[in-house]
Design a protein around this ligand. Structure first.
Ligand code: ADP
Ligand code: MG
Length: 376
């Protein structure tokens, strides 16, 4: 076990790294963040912020020598950098798992090879692949870049071969997957932690509602049949085991109109849909990340109360005006989390709030009321 006050390292300085830093420092660890931006949300709360590129070998070596273990807060860190760090300290999750999660093509191929159902898809590398792919997948379809896509970016819905050709061009003719457009009844996700010894703890499944491709609201627990929620938890645990994973893993699922459960994508880190755990669970997903990284036993993932989480995006700052936070801060069962980001751009995740209530429905209603008050 790595015990406090050892130093834990995290690659990436966004809001997920920031919440990791809070959890780690609360437990008495020191935190080192590596992020190329001088004003990163996590760097601001870390003991040490290495302002360097993710490929910078000297900075990585410094981090590896200073830290008892290193993790990551986003999937797009170069897998080679994680590999490089392993000569100095444990890196959890490992480079192999992150390399799978950072490439949709590898991710889907991996999931299918292990028997987990996903959307039908075909990889597209060049123009010449488009016609056959379109024929196989049918319309409508969704073209997604294999790498670097997030929050619905790097995706285009297409209805014709001409449309597909234009979309491929628009996405830079980079390697993509073409995926069947599916009739979604709802979307759910499960955040699971897996320790060095293979112990697992899954948080309850939550229901996710998106707006413009970005997560808007999560409702915990998901209002789906118990059997379906159970299957999602089992699947998330099985995926973590198949990856020989150590750390926090998020699994996004589609629930189709016919009730089938498909894996959409995985994230090798805490997840936006798990932010409700900060206030509604006995252990948060970030404490769990610290525990898995440090080789501690995992905390209990019990849901203490139903909750809803609402993302606060940059568009709330109308004409640069700070939103009326008093509305959220006056609600005794709401918890405001802001990430300390300077510039509020549309679509940028600036913060979130959680509301707890006696039922998931009541939490959702309270969350929508509060959101209404912020946008009034
Ligand atoms: N095959 C699909 N059919 C229908 N909707 C989809 C499909 N793939 C993605 N979506 C919608 O787009 C959202 C974002 O897609 P996703 O693959 O999760 O990428 P991102 O990395 O941007 O989260 C999903 O949460 C879902 O709402
Ligand atoms: Mg997604």
């Amino acid at each position: 076990m790595i015990l406090p006050p050892s130093t834990l390292g995290i690659l990436g300085g966004g809001q997920l790294g920031r919440m990791f830093a809070v959890a780690a420092r609360t437990m008495g660890y020191r935190v080192m963040v590596l992020d190329p931006g001088p004003d990163s949300p996590a760097g601001a709360l870390a003991d040490i912020h290495l302002c360097a590129d993710y490929h910078d070998r000297a900075a990585l070596e410094r981090m590896g020598r200073a830290c008892a273990a290193v993790t990551t807060e986003f999937e797009n860190v170069p897998a080679e950098s994680l590999e490089f760090l392993t000569q100095f300290c444990p890196v959890r999750p490992g480079a192999a798992a992150v390399a799978i999660a950072q490439d949709r093509r590898r991710e889907k191929a991996f999931l299918q090879s292990k028997g987990f159902a996903t959307a039908p898809f075909i990889a597209v590398e060049k123009h010449a692949d488009l016609a056959v792919a379109f024929q196989c997948v049918g319309a409508p379809a969704l073209l997604k870049t294999a790498r670097m896509g997030y929050d619905g970016k790097g995706q285009a819905k297409v209805n014709s071969l001409a449309g597909l050709e234009a979309a491929f061009e628009q996405l830079g003719a980079a390697t993509c997957i073409l995926e069947a457009w599916l009739p979604l009844q709802t979307e759910i996700s499960v955040v699971v932690a897996r320790g060095v010894d293979g112990q697992t703890a899954a948080f309850p499944a939550v229901e996710n509602r998106h707006a413009n491709g970005i997560l808007d609201i999560s409702i915990a627990p998901a209002q789906v049949a118990e059997e379906l929620a159970g299957k999602a938890l089992e699947t998330a645990v099985a995926i973590a085991a198949a990856l020989d994973y150590c750390g926090v893993l998020a699994v996004e699922f589609f629930v189709l109109d016919d009730g089938r459960l498909l894996v959409n994508e995985i994230a090798p880190r805490p997840h936006n849909s798990g932010h409700y755990t900060l206030n509604a669970c006995l252990t948060s997903q970030f404490e769990q990340q610290v525990r898995a990284l440090a080789g501690l036993p995992l905390g209990a993932p019990d849901l203490l109360r139903p909750a809803a989480m609402v993302n606060l995006l940059g568009e709330l700052w109308r004409e640069g005006q700070e939103p009326p936070w008093g509305a959220v801060l006056s609600q005794p069962r709401a918890k405001l989390h802001l990430y300390g980001k300077g510039e509020a751009r549309p679509g940028r995740k600036m913060g979130h709030f959680n509301v707890l209530a006696d039922s998931a429905d009541a939490a959702l209603k309270a969350a929508l009321d509060l959101r209404g008050a912020l946008t009034a």
